[in-house]
Design a protein around this ligand. Structure first.
Ligand code: FAD
Length: 798
């Protein structure tokens, strides 16, 4: 006993106990406080609207651009060096992430900046990314496996930028846990170690640490996951953002800092002085066709996949350095993934990475990588049917078999061009694919291209540093780069709880208030101030553009007044994201958007028709089925009037008790629609009739042909002729134009390749899937052999 007491109360035991207690307390304190605090705290200020700020109009911007070409005489007091007053220090060409980032950096250092974009801000790759703010776990894997130090440095830089990104626009970006489902035991230590290394590499800029999950926990978090063979999961953290809105926020921040910006203004010529140095450019206003000159001391080429076009304007003998490749994403309904957890398949069937991420109320899945060609005029790139099907097939591979991933569940599909840089002209490193490239031409043109969304800020810093040096702007800058701390417009008065104030002040639906708060930050107050009364008891404010989505009409007005939206597509695709979330809902909203913009911008009838046509063209590039239409009173032509008249006539005849042609009346409900519910009322009954008829005919022939269909089942070979006949009987029901390849694809999708006949349920499934497949506008299905894709060309965007 005495020995035990001596041992327990010995100095050594006491010291050990004290040290352990201290260690535990310290560790506990560190654990509780080490996690990132991603969002600014709520304060009383975040409950109040910030002062209203209205940016200069687009016309005022155009005037300022034009003024630079006929500058006023130097103001002696202001400009001791006798420089002309209105000439810009920098003209940035391209209003994607890269150009907008450069504009913010340069303007925040005190330079006078002009930025021109030939289409809408963010209309290029910058609105079509995977929306991740990331270092890239796959790139780290490459760095380690191939002992590639350059790759390691790139991941390290991106991880640092990830932290800054989330800090500068907290309302537009957030942390997202991403799960890697593991189906082999050896993968557990391998991927866990990899994710831990990712955390360590991020150092103090890390988000939450990655962790292992048991099979049961993984299925609880992600019930849609395939259970068979699952051994567990690793969860790591990255960032996610709303790319086009982030781009617009960058543009508006640059404007607030004094930059002059204009969308729909493309550079068509570059002007040089006698020494061959660039002094300005000719710009074309794409909305009016007017051309004018802009003068600047330096020009920055930030045209992404179109880099070579501008370099060729500078030097017609220029050899291309960009090798674009297109990446395809699809949006699926929200029920395919949990609301706050993404999924990553690090090794798909052909070596690519595929992400499956909740975003804006839907689930984004992608990406693919196919060599592409850029259209010099910047026409929309459209996804191919082959790419869309590849993404669906990969998604199907890791979801539970009771979830049928259907072609018709694709709500939207889009393709973005990845501007991969080959630095062939530099030091004989032909074929090398780099993170980004910043180079100076003999004319002084500075090109910044490649990289990724996550690193836009670092790229901008490097570019502006270079521009100051090359164009001798040292005297003009007020200080060094401060974009790591500079918060974008909308951030200052924002907190995560701000939406509650919006609900209380304006009587909005909660999902609408959240959407506004997360996409506009503190400017949501201004959006709400424009909101109309829907005339209901609740919500008090906020008429939705589509009943299923939280985008409201006030956003259309706000976009036109405060964010330089010039077309209906600008609103549907980049100010709100409706076209990316659900192309059919965007189609339905299109006429309303046109109407609101017409009132605000004074559009003529002719312009409204152009907007409708452009809208349809754009939505077709996002996967809208050909032949889709919506009741649009701006385009109501003779045919529509006739349809109305005809419908009214038969209704009157019906009222008079005379029987109307039944097929004609039920046919009117058979509109070709690209909808998730595939069948209209009465259609399934008609298919039942067809099925029974065909089965009966086959049964009658059974005595003469023993190989005919079994009772109640239709031979597979009969389906094609049956549906061809049905298409003739029911024109317009959507059964026209199925190709043999469509049948093959659908049989494979349904797992019916080895079956000789089908029952009625299977028949209906086949009909529905055929409609989905054949109605895609992106239908070029070319059977190509898939090659293994290198990491740097794989998912998530470098
Ligand atoms: C499929 C895909 C997924 C990606 N995912 C991610 C991701 O998850 N995370 C990430 O960090 N990065 C990602 N990226 C990379 C990232 O999206 C791009 O690096 C970035 O958007 C490039 O921006 P940019 O401004 O250089 O190009 P763009 O956004 O294409 O902008 C260039 C602009 O220049 C304009 N322009 C062209 N010529 C002229 C002219 N003569 N006059 C005026 N304007 C002109 C164009 O209209 C265009 O708007 C992804 C890329 C792709 C393709």
């Amino acid at each position: 006993m005495a020995t035990l007491r001596r041992l327990l109360f010995s100095r050594r035991t006491l010291v050990f106990t004290a040290a352990s207690t201290l260690g535990l307390a310290g560790g506990g304190y560190y654990y509780l406080n080490a996690g990132p605090v991603p969002c600014p705290a709520s304060t009383r200020e975040t409950r109040r609207p910030p002062p209203v700020w209205t940016p200069p109009s687009r016309q005022a911007m155009l005037d300022a651009l034009e003024q630079s070409a006929s500058p006023r005489a130097p103001a002696p007091a202001q400009d001791a060096r006798g420089e002309e007053q209105d000439v810009f220090d920098l003209l940035i060409v391209g209003g994607g992430a890269t150009g907008a980032g450069v504009a913010v950096d340069a303007a925040s250092r005190g330079l006078s900046v002009a930025l021109v974009e030939r289409n809408d801000f963010s209309s290029g790759t910058s609105s079509k990314s995977t929306k991740l703010v990331h270092g890239g776990v796959r790139y780290l894997q490459k760095a380690v496996m191939e002992l590639d130090y350059e790759q390691y440095k790139l991941v390290r830089e991106a991880l640092r930028e990830r932290k800054i990104f989330l800090h500068t626009a907290p309302y537009l970006s957030h942390m997202l846990p991403i799960m890697l489902p593991l189906y082999k035991y050896w993968q557990v230590p391998y991927y866990y170690a990899g994710c831990k290394m990712y955390d360590v590499l991020a150092g103090k800029e890390n988000m939450e640490g990655s962790y292992l999950m048991s099979k049961g926990k993984a299925l609880e978090m992600f019930p849609m996951l395939k259970r068979e063979g699952l051994v567990g999961a690793v969860v790591y953290y990255d960032g996610q953002h709303n790319d086009a809105r982030m781009n617009v926020a960058l543009i508006m921040t640059a404007v607030k800092l004094g930059a002059t910006v204009a969308n729909y203004c493309g550079v068509t010529e570059l002007h040089k002085d006698d020494q061959g140095k660039l002094i300005g450019a000719k710009v074309k206003d794409e909305l009016t066709g007017r051309e004018f000159n802009v003068r600047a001391k330096g020009i920055i080429n930030a045209t992404g996949p179109y880099t070579d076009s501008l370099l060729t304007l500078d030097d017609p003998s220029h050899k291309p350095i960009v090798r674009p490749s297109s990446g395809v994403h699809i949006t699926l309904p929200a029920y395919y993934a949990p609301a706050r957890m993404g999924l990553l398949d690090p090794a798909t069937s052909d070596g690519r990475v595929i992400f499956f991420l909740p975003w804006e109320g839907g689930v984004v899945a992608g990406t693919t990588d196919t060599p592409a060609r850029v259209n010099a005029q910047g026409e929309e790139v459209t996804p191919t049917e082959e790419d869309v099907r590849w993404v669906i097939d990969e998604v199907r591979g890791y979801l539970s078999p009771d979830i049928k991933v259907r072609r018709g569940d694709v709500l939207s599909a889009w393709a973005g061009l990845r501007p991969l840089i080959s630095s062939g002209s530099e030091g004989g490193t032909e074929g090398l694919v780099r993170s980004h490239l910043a180079r100076v031409e003999p004319s002084g043109l500075i090109t910044i291209a490649g990289g990724k969304w996550t690193t836009y800020r670092a790229m901008a810093e490097e570019t502006v540093d270079k521009a100051i040096q090359v164009f001798g702007l040292q005297d003009k800058v007020k200080g060094g780069c401060r974009t790591a701390e500079l918060r974008l417009v909308g951030s200052d008065g924002w907190s995560q709880n701000m939406f509650i104030g919006l609900v209380q002040r304006f009587g909005l639906d909660t999902d609408v208030a959240k959407q506004l708060s997360e996409n506009y930050g503190d400017r949501a107050w201004t959006v709400c101030a424009l909101a109309e009364l829907p005339g209901e008891q609740w919500p008090v404010h906020g008429v939705r553009l589509s009943p299923s989505y939280p985008y409201v009409e006030a956003e259309v007005l706000y976009a036109a007044r405060h964010e330089y939206a010039c077309t209906a597509v600008d609103v549907l695709a980049r100010r709100t994201r409706l076209a990316f979330v659900d192309v059919q809902a965007a189609l339905v909203a299109l006429p309303r958007v046109i109407k609101i913009m017409s009132r605000e911008l004074g559009w003529s009838r002719a312009r409204q028709r152009v907007e409708y046509a452009r809208g349809m063209h754009f939505l077709a590039s996002m996967g809208l089925a050909p032949g889709s239409a919506v009741n649009n009173d701006t385009t109501m032509g003779a045919r529509t009037w006739w349809t109305w008249f005809e419908g009214g006539f038969w209704r009157l005849v019906g009222l008079a008790g005379v029987s109307t042609p039944s097929r004609a009346s039920s046919f009117s409900s058979f509109k070709p629609s690209y909808s998730r519910t595939k069948f209209d009322a009465g259609e399934v009954d008609a298919l039942r009739e067809l099925f029974d008829r065909r089965v009966a005919t086959a049964a009658a022939a059974v005595s003469s042909d023993a190989s005919s269909s079994a009772a109640g089942r239709l031979n597979k070979a009969e389906i094609e002729p049956a549906l061809k006949a049905f298409a003739r009987e029911w024109p317009g029901a959507g059964y026209e134009g199925f190709r043999e390849a469509d049948y093959r694809y659908v049989f494979a999708q349904e797992g019916l390749e080895d079956q000789t006949d089908v029952d009625f349920d299977e028949f209906v499934e086949i009909c529905g899937n055929l409609k989905d497949v054949s109605m895609m506008s992106v239908a070029k299905v070319a059977k190509k052999e898939r090659k293994r894709i290198p990491v740097e060309k794989s998912g998530g965007g470098v």
